[in-house]
Design a protein around this ligand. Structure first.
Ligand SMILES: N[C@@H](CCC(=O)N[C@@H](CS)C(=O)NCC(=O)O)C(=O)O
Length: 237
């Protein structure tokens, strides 16, 4: 029996990654919610003492305290190796890490660039940049790695699918505020999105477009406060 507590927030796509990974591992855990309401960031002292990043998710497991969703999910994979969420061979593992990194860099930049930009020229620049990112994911990722099954790495559902999904779930919100749509020619990408959404561990975490539209109002208006918005502004500058 493992002693597991996840410090999380219902609004957070990064924490959602960890909730999906823990569901795939089939373990019970205590969930502690940090309330991020609109532009009010109500962070208790114990939380600020727990993580110097002051962001969710934070995983407390067997005496360890781990933060940053990508690192948290790799830790979960190390401590709970079954059922595995990474390919078994070195090349497959390298490819999975490459795309997790892509998700955390170019893909995230495109996503937040579209929603955080305020003038139409810059929004259009990021819409185009993000379309390029999605087409690259289709041609270099899915059409090369996902050939023998519905998921990114083929038959095997992996941390790569988990890492991208929460942001793709919020594409309805991007369409609402910025008219952003997935290019029609990304047909493999669209099939992959459907397959991931149907996975029970993912389906159980999905929230409505209306919920996401409400939560992202401050990002769309450029009035978002907090560590994440500050960090992303630097990346987008
Ligand atoms: N790189 C971090 C980002 C986590 C993150 O930005 N979480 C947001 C909620 S979605 C947060 O806690 N923000 C607090 C703030 O903005 O002050 C990760 O992958 O865990």
């Amino acid at each position: 029996m493992h002693d597991i507590e996840l410090v999380t927030s219902i609004i957070c796509p990064f924490a959602q990654r960890t909730r999906i990974a823990l569901a795939e591992k089939g373990v019970d855990y205590k969930s502690t919610e940090i309330e991020f309401l609109g532009d009010r960031f109500d962070k208790p002292d114990w939380f600020l003492e727990l993580t110097p990043y002051a962001t969710v998710p934070v995983l407390k497991m067997n005496g360890d305290v781990i933060y940053d969703s990508d690192v948290v999910n790799q830790y979960i994979e190390d401590v709970l190796p079954e059922p595995s969420l990474m390919p078994g061979d070195a090349n497959g593992r390298a490819m999975a890490r490459l795309w997790i990194n892509y998700s955390n860099t170019k893909f995230i930049r495109g996503f937040y660039g579209v929603i955080m930009s305020q003038d139409e020229a810059r929004i259009d620049q990021f819409r185009k940049e993000f379309h390029k990112v999605l087409r690259f994911m289709e041609s270099e990722g899915l059409l090369k790695l996902g050939t023998d099954g519905p998921y990114w790495m083929g038959k095997k559902f992996s941390l790569v699918d988990i890492t991208f999904h929460p942001f793709i779930e919020r594409f309805g919100m991007l369409d609402h505020y910025r008219g952003f749509k997935i290019p029609d020619d990304c047909t493999r990408l669209l099939k992959w999105i459907d397959a991931v959404r149907e996975r029970p561990s993912v389906a159980n975490t999905i929230l409505s477009d209306e919920f996401h539209i409400d939560i992202y109002t401050h990002y769309a208006r450029g009035t978002q406060k907090g560590v994440t918005a500050q960090e992303l502004s630097k990346v987008l500058a």
